[in-house]
Design a protein around this ligand. Sequence first.
Ligand code: UD1
Ligand code: CA
Length: 455
Amino acid sequence: MRIANVILAAGFGTRMKSELPKVMHPLLGRPMIDWAVRTATAISGQPPVVVVGHRRELVEAHLGSRARCVVQTELLGTGHAVQQAAPVVADAADVVIVTYADMPLLRAETLQTLVDAYLAAAEAGDRPALAMLTVTRDDPQGFGRIVRRATGEIQAIVEEADCTPAQRAIKELNPGVYCFDATWLRANLAAIPLSAKGEYYLTDMVGIAVRQGRRVVTQPAHFEDVNGINDRVQLAHATAVLRRRIVEQHMLAGVTVIDPASTYIEDTVAIEADATIWPGCHLMGATVIGRRATIGPFSQVVDSRIGDDCRVVYSVVEQARMDAHSEIGPFGHLRKGAHLGENVHIGNFGEVKNSYLGSGAKMGHFGYVGDAQIGANSNIGAGTVTCNFDGARKHQTVVGDDVFLGSDTLLVAPVTLGDGARTGAGAVVTRDVAPGALVYGVPARARPTPPDDTH
Ligand code: UD1
Ligand code: CA
């Protein structure tokens, strides 16, 4: 069966009280609409048709080729929105699934139960005009009510504003997720009457089908899946649900998460088995965490690759890379372009930016390394700073292998220190240092013929 998706995203989202269109508000690192597009695409394998309206240029630019956008210039209701989409829906589609862009918790599995319910009825020889999800809830406020006959068949969806007092008490509700017979939808969309509110209600399709004697199938769903977002309270609630789902997927895939409730992992993050995530961690963006790595407590890792067996403790790692067995923290900061080779150790208050530290390099106590290459097994003494910025331009520092930088060394870039070079405590290195040489003082100069150079 060929499935097409229509996602409604034209609404104002007034209750968000935001300049940003509602569907562009992020949840776990992705704009709200991405979740709906992803669920739709998972079901149909095709880019959905998205009905855009309010601030459509932002939504269209964001979606690009992942969706076919159609514009609803006047927001005349959900039925009107689908009327705009219908001409663009692929002719070959057998069914059209309609969902909302503000329903990020709707899972592909849940949508599949709707498609299956439709198919089961169709295969039994009574092809439905549509199938729809329903939810049952003690507080029905804000939803269209499902009105059934005494015999149990659905008769209509009645919008809250149009309910009789008896209908108002109905607890079976319309979340707004439908699977339509494509041919029937096209043939009958124009029959939606104008409501008293001046809108065309998609929900009227149920009454139209019933009057034609066509079957309408209902499929119960959990409220959590279809809970839409109208304001920022609901946004936070949905974020919590998505966060929990993501953390649970990682745990089931072999990641130890010590405290799921305080762990924020975006959907874009990959974590290999046997990694351990301690409380208070934020793993974001295009981040990959290797096997047996330990992150946290209280660390933020953004767009970074953390290798196998690494440790990140009370630290921030952004657009950086740590190779296997490296560690940072507590209170370290890897910034854009920092790359630690294997077995690198960064201790308290170390900051590294746009630099490579060769394998086995050590930087145990507060220091700044920027725009530098540090060779293997070099030791960066406490308080070492690469003075990489002259007020106008950035300059490079190159430090060879097995270099020993004494505490409080200032490396005034551009400067190069050869393999095995050493600096005395407090050296201000303004000129290149030859391999094996020892420099000291301000500005640093070579030590004359050392009497005993074994140290
Ligand atoms: C709709 C349903 C109601 C259901 C509820 C669930 C109708 C008439 N009513 O009501 O039965 O219980 O959803 O949340 O369908 N949209 C457009 N263009 C429009 C109007 C809406 O794209 O002209 C989009 C909105 O952006 C939103 C969705 O459709 O994503 C639902 O619109 P909304 O105004 O929230 O519908 P409700 O009145 O809540
Ligand atoms: Ca709504």
